[in-house]
Design a protein around this ligand. Structure first.
Ligand code: SF4
Length: 265
């Protein structure tokens, strides 16, 4: 397996940062951005420490802002700490229109973590992820592959609702993704499911289409990542449900292969 030095990890993190801000031309191949191999640590570190460090890198925000936030996030030892730390966050313009910051919900020790794009109107009003019609469909999608929604953790790329449900902008994603990375490092899931193009792009970098991202097992900070449709997109385009069902069946098999306990056969 290919390994990367700490310096290489830093370069790759910086390239992620450039891509978020629209700088697409690079002398490096795209393989540098997709399917990244896991970082090999020295054998002296414990497996848990190794996993924690792997998850907390790379940073999506450059410079002093990133470093200061990272050191502040180091003091958050659990999800409650992180949620308390984030209350009143004004690090990007999305705070201006929010009713509630939508932190995430679910099992804090989940093996499976779902990541959506950002809160919609209902989520903003109630401060919870995936409620309303999209949430109901998501619950049914999970049940169809023998996953109880209460057993997973669900978060979003950005925690505050973009105005008029527009796509989150790259700088908003870059800032808020630091909180998501910390969430992931605290939960330590075995597998990630990104819901929709925006979530997939935010995690993988660049601007691949949903079709390019689907059907492949990616890596995000050393964790297997699968990308499928956002439930809201399936509500708008029911014809896509057949392809979504294929994604979900593969995802279920991946979960079983990892020894994750599911319902059903
Ligand atoms: S979207 Fe994230 S970074 Fe922006 S204000 Fe909300 S919590 Fe803070």
């Amino acid at each position: 397996m290919t390994t990367f030095s700490k310096e290489s990890e830093n370069i790759r993190a910086y390239l992620y940062f450039l891509k978020y801000f629209g700088i697409e031309k690079s002398p490096f191949p795209d393989s540098l951005f997709y399917g990244q191999p896991q970082k090999r640590m020295t054998p002296k570190k414990t497996e848990k420490k190794e996993k924690q460090e792997r998850i907390e890198s790379p940073s999506l925000v450059g410079g002093d802002v990133s470093q200061r936030l990272e050191s502040e996030l180091d003091n958050c030892g659990n999800l409650n700490d992180l949620q308390a730390f984030m209350q009143g966050c004004k690090r990007c313009r999305l705070h201006e229109g929010r009713t509630n910051l939508v932190f995430g919900n679910g099992n804090p020790h989940a093996d499976i973590m779902l990541i959506g794009e950002g809160p919609g109107r209902d989520e903003d009003l109630q401060g919870a992820v995936f409620i309303g019609r999209s949430g109901q469909l998501l619950t049914k999608m999970l049940a169809a592959i023998h996953i109880d929604r209460e057993d997973v953790y669900i978060g979003n790329i950005v925690k505050c609702r973009p105005p008029n449900n527009r796509d989150p902008k790259s700088d908003e994603i870059a800032i808020c993704s630091q909180f998501l990375q910390k969430q992931i490092s605290l939960i330590q899931p075995k597998i990630l499911l990104a819901l929709g193009r925006i979530a997939g792009q935010a995690l993988l970098g660049g601007k691949p289409s949903l079709r390019q991202m689907r059907g492949t097992v990616h890596q995000y900070v050393g964790i297997d990542l699968v990308v499928t449709f956002h439930p809201a997109a399936l509500l708008r385009n029911p014809a896509w449900k057949k392809e979504a069902w294929q994604d979900l069946q593969k995802f279920e098999q991946m979960c079983r292969d990892k020894g994750i306990s599911l319902g059903g056969a």
